[in-house]
Design a protein around this ligand. Sequence first.
Ligand code: OOB
Length: 537
Amino acid sequence: MSDFPGWPQEFAHRYREAGYWRGVTFAQMLEDSARRHPDNTAVVDRNRRCSYAELRDAARAVADGFRAHGIGRGDRVVVQLPNIVEFFETVFALFHLGALPVFALPAHRRAEIQYFCEFTRAAGYVIAAEHERFDYVALAESLDPRPQVFVVGDPGPFTAFERLRTAPVSEPDPPYAGDVAFLQLSGGSTGVPKLIPRTHDDYLYSVRASVPRCGIDADSVMLIALPAAHNFPLSSPGSLGALCAGATVVLAENPAPETVFALIEAERVTITAAVPPLAQVWLQALPNSTRDLSSLRVLQVGGAKFSEVLARRIRPELGATLQQVFGMAEGLVNYTSLTDPEETIVTTQGKPISPDDEIRIVDADDRPVGAGESGHLLTRGPYTIRGYYRADAHNATAFTADGFYRTGDLVRRAPDGSLVVVGRSKEQINRGGEKIAPDEVESHLLAHPAVLDAAVIGIPDEHLGERSMAFVLPRAGAEWPRPLELRGHLRDRALAGYKLPDRIEVVERFPHTGVGKISKAELRRLIAIEFENTKGN
Ligand code: OOB
């Protein structure tokens, strides 16, 4: 089996014939935008404004620097940068070389980064020295084995990113558009996060087709407030959509309302994207803000279900059109249309990008459900992967025999054909758009000497939609570990902060079921019920 499972020949042929896959790489896309709009502002951050011509030249120069360090076509490079111009210089440099960015998030810590580096056999790791008071150089020093490290800012013992900017000597052989361009992260439902191989052809199609759906043109100004590497702000239509259209990308250092509102006013931002809890925070801050937000035309919300109550407040309070986005790093993206009736915008999660996105809504036996009934969403199409990177065993169950991806989402179709997300069947916690695989956290808890068993579940939360809770069964004879100590233990294991359970309960026993072996999912359900019943006793 290939490390990068691809589309069967007949599908690849069909997607090319239909004009979805155009044989263009991301490096060529940037060259093309720079040719058409050399002087337009491409990317703005707190310190710099960079035109299209400058971004193209910087990407070429940095590519040469990477090459001088032995990084080339097919090599994996873990990129963990905050929202700064160097993020784009790095990824376009890697695209230029045909090297593959592995998109880590700033919130990831040693546990995740060590795994990405090891699993992808990374040749490089690109970081900013410090961000949000976290020392990434120290993280890099703790890696073993350690790829070459490139640092924006004070490099400590490593290579300064600035030193990568060398005068281009020769052009590298360009990659093929059918090649994998990068590895994106899956939210994960079991075990370690899975890596998602996306090709230039398939991803660029989803980006290009998203641009008109979201009303982007060369005059648009897009604010990126979510982490730039996440699939939503990267591609739906995200920064890549903006760069494809010759528009301007404005990078927010953090998503706080003060930061975001000031940038909207100063840069005359026309569109931005948020996860539901962030949209709520922005709404709450509006009455106390004196900033002029009148340039904002579209607020995209996605990553988790947006409550109808909040959705209804967007237009009257923000003066912008809401666009719901139901997408996944594996592929399929749905948008409500900017011209949909308000009822559709506030009650559905929209329609797929492509006429060739195949949607099946099925029961537990993969049989189609009746019209309007809810069921499991399966999908196949020109930008939905056919398999995760190096995960044959998992792929055997995550996809049907005929190549449909099992999204793990429960949906129904509204009468107009829009999809409505009604729930989830996968073992995943969606904490305000941040995805947590319960058994990844459980395995870290189990590493504590006093822990016999652990179950991590999602419980409803008004603000986040869901928050995480861990139940821990102590070993017989061991002193009961205190929740605080278990938190400390998880911190020492250096996993991303958003995965730390919001609450930890040490319990005497897990619920009895009458049957011998029960699934983790069932266990989590029973614990949740028992917890609800005993609450307040
Ligand atoms: C986006 O991507 P991921 O890979 O972090 O998470 C995908 C999962 C979906 O399978 C679904 O369970 C959930 O996140 N989700 C939503 C949703 N958007 C995503 N659930 C309900 N309503 C929505 N609007 O989260 C992502 C990728 C591209 C664009 C937007 C979001």
